[in-house]
Design a protein around this ligand. Structure first.
Ligand SMILES: Nc1ncnc2c1ncn2[C@@H]1O[C@H](COP(=O)(O)OP(=O)(O)OP(=O)(O)O)[C@@H](O)[C@H]1O
Length: 743
């Protein structure tokens, strides 16, 4: 394999040429002899790159290891070598991807536009410079014409010939030479002068003003050109020298790596070191530069990842532009360094592919966002679960909403959405949600637990359904697209999303149960078509059970403050391996590390979908569901989070437990009487569960004065019969209106 090697002789980077690319074109060296033997350059700060084929090189460019390739240079060995080393793509990657092609073309067009504008603005200066040189041009023209007319070039020759004619005694020749004057030239110049004067007069007398100016400009321009100085060109300044999109060169990369303070790199770039090699030329890719780097022996890409900020400093680029990553199919020391022109947080977000049209299929990866190179990032939600974590305001809810919008656009999927902050961040999805609750209160948390219990119970039913299916229909004992499509089987994708889940897991009453339910759902639900999406801003042990964080498949970590939170979300040792969401800054909204969606951790920026766009997407999703006949639950006005269908009639049930003459009851009495009267439905009911079930009807418990068993009047939370009756009437009215509207 051919390699390009660059080594620094001394640590003084200023002495290197950092503007020109130092990726030397790969040239073949058929035998080791073909390698030029550079002598050690003492005091020379930079040892020029040396190219060797299949050999190790020292900083002197001389092979020291046995020529491994020379031992077996058969075609097979070369092919094997090429396969192992990886072949450079025939067509550059940016030409194969539409997006990257567009980005590169855009960059080129922007560059051209910038250069044009740069020079256009300076046109008056250029014109003045040319005009100021025109007198000198006129003088030069006059001198040159006179010399040509007088044939001064040949004057000396003619005089010598005349002298020789006299010496030889040839008067005829002498006279011919003496009278042989280039009179034709004088006539030609006279004719040209007359024509020029006539042209100028015609121009001044008859031509429109613009032609006069054009003629004048042309004459001045030509004279200015003739009066020019090659050492001082008119167009002097370079249009594109800004550091903003500075060209990435091997020198710059090596200089930055050498400044990281990694001992092995220092050794490699120091005198006698093996240098840092570039297996492919640095190239333009999408909206930035890509450098493939072979780090020195013993240095891994993780070592560089953990020093991203220092690397950015060495490259003199903003942190959000510098993205080192491992080359997935290569050794641990092969790094792909992408240096984008624009900070990732400042780059114009790409539109979400499903924003305007299309449906989603949860059995395929759904579009989530883009990576640092602008390539699409998708997430496979089926057979997986996801944890999103970050500090407040980093973009968790937006990221969660992108996935939920995708799930909404799969009409077979059932959505159970709980947003425990109470800000209504997921309210745009209400029209397609089977269960929806929003709030920071106990009732919302209880509704979440009630829904999770239901999902947990459903796991058993799903498992039984799958186990009864013939092997041929379900060979891997898990839900498939075909099985999910058969509505009768009830194996449709079930998506449960809990935003700000720390409120749930740290709840004194329901936290423990919620943790157990979520752990079970994560472990067993995967194969059964149940997808749990959790988002939290407090990833610690009390707020996120370890069993939950340990079993989640896909993790997305936006900006966090410390190693603990980083590893709690992304997994143990991620921080140590250089996957550090702590390096994100407050302006890196929506940008995070994604682990588990692909083989290697990725940088991803979630698609930016604002509320009005989300509302339009939800309208489309609802229409898809109406067509498929899958609109159910909260989406069609069933606002109850009952554990079974009977509790949909909780208002009627409660109305039935008031004895004659009673107009109010305390909550615990209501719970006890319901459990007694309808044990199948209300077994284990508590004042909180009753409150949660009544909340969707707009009823909340309030202080009601009553006498206790000792006859003493007390104030406790409870319900007045009037409120229950009003709610029953309102529900019936709403139901009648809906029926009318539907018919
Ligand atoms: N992908 C994105 N691109 C650009 N801006 C984004 C992106 N995602 C989020 N933001 C911005 O970040 C802000 C905060 O996002 P979001 O509400 O999702 O944060 P959060 O982490 O859920 O905050 P909290 O924990 O307080 O709820 C949004 O108002 C939005 O303007």
């Amino acid at each position: 394999m051919s390699t390009t090697t660059t080594a620094l002789g001394t640590p003084d980077p200023e002495e290197q040429d950092v503007n020109g690319s130092n990726v030397v074109p790969i040239r073949p060296a058929t035998t080791p002899d073909a390698v030029p033997a550079n002598t050690p350059a003492t005091g020379d700060p930079y040892i020029p790159p040396t190219i060797v084929e299949g050999e190790e090189v020292t900083d002197h460019g001389v092979s020291v290891d046995p020529p491994a390739v020379a031992e077996d240079r058969s075609l097979t060995a070369r092919i094997q070598g090429a396969v192992a080393g990886g072949q450079r793509p025939i067509i550059a990657p940016w030409l194969r991807s539409r997006d990257q092609f567009a980005a590169t073309a855009k960059w080129a067009a922007r560059n051209a536009a910038h250069t044009t504008a740069f020079h256009a603005v300076r046109c008056p200066v250029y014109a003045a410079k040319v005009a100021s040189r025109s007198p000198r041009g006129a003088w030069r023209l006059t001198v040159a014409t006179t010399q040509w007319v007088r044939d001064t070039e040949n004057k000396a020759l003619r005089e010598r010939a005349a002298t020789e004619a006299v010496i030889r005694g040839n008067p005829e020749l002498y006279l011919r030479i003496k009278h042989d004057k280039p009179t034709g030239r004088l006539l030609a110049v006279a004719a040209a002068s007359v024509a020029l004067t006539a042209g100028v007069l015609v121009l001044l007398g008859y031509a429109p003003w613009w032609a006069q100016w054009l003629g004048f400009g042309t004459i001045v321009g030509l004279l200015g050109w003739l009066g020019g100085n090659p050492d001082r060109p008119v167009v002097g300044g370079r249009a594109v020298v800004t550091t903003k999109a500075q060209k990435l060169t091997s020198d710059i990369v090596v200089r930055a790596l050498a400044a990281l303070g990694v001992a092995e790199i220092n050794k490699a770039v120091g005198k006698g070191g093996s240098g840092i090699t570039f297996p492919a030329p640095i190239s333009r890719e999408g909206n930035g530069w890509r450098a493939d780097v072979d780090l020195p022996y013993g240095v891994t890409v993780s070592d560089i990842l953990s020093r991203r900020a220092a690397l950015a400093s060495g490259l003199r680029r903003p942190l959000g532009c510098v993205w080192p990553e491992p080359a997935h199919d290569q050794h641990a020391g092969r790094m792909v360094l992408f240096v984008s022109d624009v900070d990732m947080s400042q780059a114009k977000p790409k539109p979400w592919p499903l924003a305007r049209t299309g449906a989603a299929d949860l059995f395929k990866a759904v579009p989530f966002g883009t990576d640092q190179r602008g390539r699409p990032v998708g997430v496979d939600l089926m057979y997986s679960n996801m944890l999103i974590g970050a500090m407040p305001g980093a973009g968790k809810t937006f990221a969660l909403r992108v996935l939920l919008l995708a799930a909404a656009l799969d009409p077979t999927a059932e959505l159970r959405l709980f947003e425990l902050k109470g800000s209504g961040d997921l309210s745009t999805l209400e029209p397609v949600a089977y269960h929806y609750a929003s709030g920071p209160d106990d009732e919302t948390i209880e509704q979440t637990v009630v829904s999770l219990r239901e999902v947990y119970k459903d796991l058993e039913r799903r498992a039984k359904t799958i186990s009864k299916l013939p092997r041929a229909q379900c060979p891997e004992n898990k839900v498939t697209k075909e099985l999910a499509a058969n509505r009768k089987l009830g194996l449709f994708p079930l998506v449960v999303a809990i935003d700000e889940c720390q409120e749930l897991f740290s709840h004194p009453e329901f936290g423990k149960e919620a943790g157990e339910l979520c752990t079970a759902i994560i472990k067993r639900g995967r194969a059964l078509g149940v997808i749990l999406l959790l988002a939290t801003q407090r990833p610690d042990k009390t707020s996120l059970p370890t069993a939950v964080s340990a079993n989640v498949g896909v993790r997305f970590c936006l900006r966090v403050m410390g190693q603990l939170e980083n590893d709690m979300i992304l997994g143990t040792s991620m921080y140590q391996n250089g996957i550090r969401a702590t390096t994100f800054t407050p302006k890196d909204k929506g940008i995070g590390y994604m682990v588990g969606a692909a083989d290697e951790p990725q940088i991803a920026r979630s698609a930016y979908i604002d509320n009005p766009t989300a509302e339009k997407i939800v309208l489309r999703a609802r229409a898809l569901r109406e067509q498929a006949g899958t609109l159910a639950g909260h989406a069609i006005g069933d606002v109850s989070l009952a554990e079974d269908t009977a509790r949909a009639n909780i208002l009627d049930d409660i109305a039935g437990i008031y004895a004659a003459g009673e107009d109010r009851l305390w909550s615990e009495v209501v719970a006890a009487r319901l459990a007694q009267q309808y044990p199948d439905t209300y077994q284990g009911a508590t004042p909180n569960s009753i409150a949660a079930a009544l909340k969707p009807y707009g009823i909340t418990p309030r202080q009601v004065p009553m006498r206790d068993e000792n006859g003493e009047e007390r104030n406790r939370r409870g319900y007045r019969l009037d409120d229950i009756a009003d709610a029953i009437l309102a529900t019936r009215r709403a139901s009648t209106e809906r029926n009318h509207a539907e018919s």
